[in-house]
Structures are given as C-alpha cells and as structure tokens.
Design a protein around this ligand. Structure first.
Ligand code: NDP
Length: 340
C-alpha cells in the first residue's frame, strides 16, 4: 500500500521534500466483520490549500482540525471505490467522495460522512472539484454569503483555481459584471476566453492594486469573493460600493507566513456599510443534493465548464500539492492514482 508520509511538521512554505513515498504492506484487503467500516481503493486525490494548515505543529494549526502526524500518511478529499464493506449504506463497487488517506487503500472505520456518487455521466474526477468540496464552496460562498443580484459588479481573486473559476461562471450566469485576477498570462487568458469573465488581470504585474481595481471598477465593487487575503483585501476595501459584500473563503497568501500581514483599510467598511462574512464549506454540506440538482444540468448543457490540472501517480502528489502555493496549478489540481 503506497503512501505519502509527512516527514516532519512544516514551517513556512511547504516543500516536496517535506513528504516521502513509502509502502505499508500490513493493510488487510478485508474489512473486519461487524465493524461498520469500508475498505476504499483511492482513485483521484484532491490537492487543497487547507492541507498546508494540517502540516503545522498542533499548536500552530487554526480551525480546530487535527494536524497530520509525522511518520503517517497525510489525507484529504478524494474519489474512491468501495472494495469491501461492513457498512449498511455502502456495498462493494460503490463510488464515493469524501476524506481519505493519501495512499492506495484506506480502511475507513466510520464512513458516514462519505458521499455516494450516483451520477457517472460526467468525469469522475469532477468529484474532487466541480462536483465536490470546491464546487460546494463556490456555490455556498457565492449564493448564500454574497447574496448576488443581477447586474452587480463582482471581483474574484485566485480566480482560475478550483473554487474561483466556478464562482466566476455562477456570477456570469446571474448576469453580473465579473472581473478575476490570477498570477499568469495563461490564467488571465483562460478567465476571459474559457470562463467568460468580462475582464481579468495578472496581479503580479500590478505595482498598485488599488489603481488596478479602479481601472476595472470605476464605480466600485459590489461583491468580492476573497481567496487570497493580504494586500488584495486591503486594495478591495478601498474600492467597495455602498452595501458591498465580501465573502471570506480563504487567504492563501497568508498560510505560509509565520506572521500574517495586517489589514489596514478596515475603516472603509464603515463608510460603505460593507458586510464581510467568512464561511467554511462543511457548514453547507446539507445543501449538496440541491447543489447537484442545480449544477449537473449546467454541466450537461455545457453552460459551465471546468479545467483540471492532473498529476499522474502518487509519487507526483507532493509536488502537485506544494505547487498550489506557487501557482503552478492551472485549474483544479488533482492526482490520479488509479482510474477504476
Ligand atoms: P486554487 O485552485 O485556486 O489554487 C491555489 C491558487 O492560489 C494558486 O494556483 C495561485 O494562483 C493562488 N496563490 C497561491 N499563493 C498566492 C499568493 N501568495 N497570493 C495570491 N494568490 C496566490 O485553490 P482553491 O480554489 O482550492 O482554493 C482557493 C481558496 O479557497 C483558498 O484560499 C482556500 O483555502 C479556500 N477554500 C476555502 C474553503 C472554505 O470552506 N472556506 C474550502 C475550499 C477552499 P495564482 O497563479 O493566481 O497566484
């Protein structure tokens, strides 16, 4: 059973060498009788920024999730196949998505939180992104937190990524004016040509983010979907419209800093009566059936598109994961271990 093992707790930017590939052949391919567990063959692993948090020493993690243990496999969201089951809800051959180990096989002793995959007329890998956790994040964050109205002016950071590309497309379907920012020309082109954003710019080429935002939003921003934090948030605060909403989804620019940057322009929230609300996707999973009802038809009618960046093989997992923090990924980053 090949695994991706955390070597030691991580400080600062994660490196590929913080993880090693190892084999544990002690796993049995049968679930103990009467145990309620399932044995999963993991197919597609999802690379997600929050996984960095779990690589920190327990005292440094935020959000109450337990750190990974050095010497043991890391874990995250994935699409897996049930190869043996003692749980009444799952049978051999079922496809599921949810959290699992970064390894070929995982014995899940309490599989109640796994989602069964019933619709396989779309790519199975989508359940790591568009139809999985990042998709639900985009859906909950945009509709529930931003509460968009037709014609509003929407700005999205990390816009070409797993969550951002979908938020932008939801906003376009709603009839909003949508601008995204990303860290390369290739990504900026994708935002405009593939995802239908009205405008996009490379934040790395802008010496003055406030000026850049004034160029694209001369009348200000109604909705900011926050994925990066730091200087971008500060610039947005200078450019909000009356009653703007900021959905704080993530702040990836801060995850590897020992001392997070300060935010200086919060006072502007008062002048503009801005509502800033943070959220985590796990509070919205009860809406998953409604989400599928909305999004599956949009995929089938080609009203939504999705770009994935696929690494082949568990050996390439560590590089794919740490690549999120340098913007190496173009679209949703995943790792294929097996196709079935
Ligand atoms: P992405 O697919 O967007 O990958 C991360 C991207 O972030 C990189 O490709 C890079 O793109 C950008 N990035 C990395 N470092 C920086 C930096 N210092 N400054 C600006 N941009 C940077 O990731 P996801 O779509 O999966 O996640 C997006 C955000 O949503 C993250 O903050 C994540 O933590 C958050 N999230 C929150 C959830 C919740 O429940 N609240 C659930 C899921 C995700 P580029 O080339 O454009 O710089």
């Amino acid at each position: 059973n090949k695994q991706v093992i955390l070597k030691n707790y991580v400080k600062g930017f994660p490196k590929e060498s913080d993880m090693i590939i190892s084999s544990d052949n002690s796993i049995s391919l049968k679930v103990p009788e009467g145990s309620n567990g399932v044995l999963l063959k993991n197919l597609y692993l999802s690379c997600d920024p929050y996984m960095r948090n779990l690589m920190s020493e327990p005292k440094d993690t935020v959000g109450g999730l337990p750190s990974y243990a050095p010497g043991h496999p890391i874990g995250g969201y994935a699409v897996s196949k049930v190869v043996d089951s003692e749980h009444p809800k799952f049978k051999k051959g079922d496809l599921v998505w949810g959290t699992t180990g970064w390894e070929e096989y995982t014995l899940n002793k309490s599989p109640d939180s796994l989602f069964k995959i019933d619709h396989t007329d779309v790519p199975l890998s989508y359940y790591t992104g568009l139809l999985g956790m990042p998709g639900m994040t985009a859906y909950a964050g945009f509709y529930e937190i931003c509460k968009p109205k037709e014609g509003e002016k929407v700005f999205i950071s990390a816009a070409s990524g797993a969550v951002g590309q979908l938020v932008g497309q939801f906003a376009k379907l709603m009839g909003c004016y949508v601008v995204g920012t990303a860290g390369s020309k290739e990504k900026v082109d994708l935002l405009k040509d593939k995802f239908g954003f009205d405008e996009a710019f490379n934040y790395k080429e802008e010496a003055d983010l406030d000026k850049a935002l004034k160029r694209y939003f001369p009348e200000g921003i109604d909705i900011y979907f926050e994925n990066v934090g730091g200087k971008m948030l500060d610039a947005v605060l200078l450019n909000t419209r009356l009653h703007a909403r900021i959905a704080v989804c993530g702040m990836i620019s801060q995850y590897n800093l020992e001392q997070p940057e300060g935010v200086h322009n919060l006072m502007h929230m008062i002048y503009k009566r801005v509502k800033m609300e943070a959220f985590t996707v796990i509070d919205f999973y009860h809406q998953y059936p409604k989400f599928l009802e909305t999004v599956l038809p949009l995929i089938r009618e080609a009203k939504i598109t999705y770009i994935e960046d696929t690494a082949e093989g568990l050996e390439n997992g560590p590089a794919a994961l740490v690549g999120l923090f340098s913007g190496r990924n173009v679209g949703k980053q995943l790792v294929v271990i097996a196709h079935e």
